[in-house]
Design a protein around this ligand. Structure first.
Ligand SMILES: Nc1ncnc2c1ncn2[C@@H]1O[C@H](COP(=O)(O)OP(=O)(O)OP(=O)(O)O)[C@@H](O)[C@H]1O
Ligand code: SF4
Ligand SMILES: [Mg+2]
Length: 313
């Protein structure tokens, strides 16, 4: 598979006021690729930097260091027309579908809107494009006349997907697209993404808290911890033979996925003043395998069967 998107050494810092630190590194030296037609899962606990990565890819934030290339084109080198083209190519859906939809617009207009904004008039007529998109996402044509509040959460997310697909993007970023939905609706939305990928060859960056959600959906998964990718590899391999202690912690927390336990661990480390900066493993204050070297040296990137992990052991 060839690479659609190449992310190299991406770093994003935010200036913060009122705390001990004046700067927070949300994304730290992150590198990965998304291949054509691939679904890449991105997991990690709250605050690990997943959304910031997606915002950098969408051009909503600018990196402090590093670069993003789409089909070989480097984002920061693009002129206005180039940037517009990339904006069409990379589309996104988010956690709360209702908040992403204009409540006073009818579904048909919502899906057609991106075509209008881009000045696109399909030869068959935009309304026939909208009908096809509704069919693709498994919604009846009658939905066109409804407002978002007249749809269920699952249907609203399908409308968001249809709108995101209207411009035929090459990459869809789905930031926790099912976390607001119940189990049955989740499965339907994930199956829809996989089915659409199989048919159209679109690439997807699927962000989630729950690692097990990627099973049977994502081709590879990347695990983020404090802004860094600590492990990446084929989904089956990472889920069945995790190499990084943090990946094992995430897997032990599911099912049921117990975010409260993870957050207790985060607080435990931070309340002890154990802010992991400098020459050390950032995970040391939580790691059950911690050794002397972990507090003195940054762990190296080690090869796994299908990717890498960052650990001394
Ligand atoms: N605009 C901003 N200004 C300051 N800090 C920010 C900003 N955006 C994000 N952050 C901080 O960056 C870190 C990463 O945030 P991000 O939203 O990327 O995490 P996340 O992994 O998506 O979390 P969640 O799972 O809760 O959505 C957090 O500590 C967050 O508070
Ligand atoms: S380097 Fe040490 S602290 Fe970090 S994950 Fe590996 S064993 Fe744990
Ligand atoms: Mg997020």
């Amino acid at each position: 598979m060839s690479s659609l998107l190449t992310v190299s050494h991406l770093t994003k810092r935010f200036h913060i006021s009122g705390g001990i630190r004046s700067e927070l590194t949300a994304v730290r030296n992150v590198s990965f690729k998304i291949f054509h037609g691939e679904i890449l899962g991105l997991a990690g606990e709250s605050g690990s930097g997943k959304t910031t990565v997606s915002r950098l890819l969408l051009g909503l934030e600018q990196p402090d260091e590093g670069e993003v290339r789409y089909e070989g084109m480097e984002f920061s080198s693009l002129d206005r027309v180039g940037r517009q083209g990339i904006r069409r190519e990379i589309q996104a859906i988010f956690q709360d579908p209702f908040a992403s939809l204009n409540p006073i617009m009818r579904v048909g207009k919502i899906i057609e809107e991106p075509l209008k904004i881009q000045g696109i008039k399909d030869s068959e007529g935009n309304s026939s494009v909208v009908k096809k998109l509704l069919e693709t996402v498994g919604l009846p044509v009658s939905c066109m006349a409804k407002r978002p509040d007249q749809l269920s959460g699952g249907e609203q997310q399908r409308v968001c997907i249809a709108r995101a697909l209207a411009l035929r993007p090459g990459l869809l970023i789905a930031d926790e697209p099912v976390s607001a939905l119940d189990a049955e609706l989740r499965a339907g939305i994930l199956a829809l993404l996989r089915e659409f990928r199989n048919k159209s060859g679109i690439s997807v960056l699927l962000i989630a808290h729950d690692l097990l959600l990627f099973k049977g959906i994502a081709d590879r998964v990347a695990i983020m911890y404090e802004g860094e990718i600590v492990e990446i590899g084929k989904t089956e391999e990472v889920l069945s033979r995790p190499r990084h202690p943090y990946t094992r912690e995430l897997l032990q927390a599911v099912p049921p996925y117990c975010m409260d336990d993870l957050m207790k661990n985060v607080r435990k480390g931070r309340d002890n003043g154990e802010v992991s900066e400098g020459n050390m493993c950032r995970y040391w204050s939580r790691c059950s395998q911690v050794a002397e070297c972990c507090r003195k040296e940054v762990p190296p990137e080690k090869e796994s069967e299908s990717g890498f992990y960052r650990c001394h052991f």
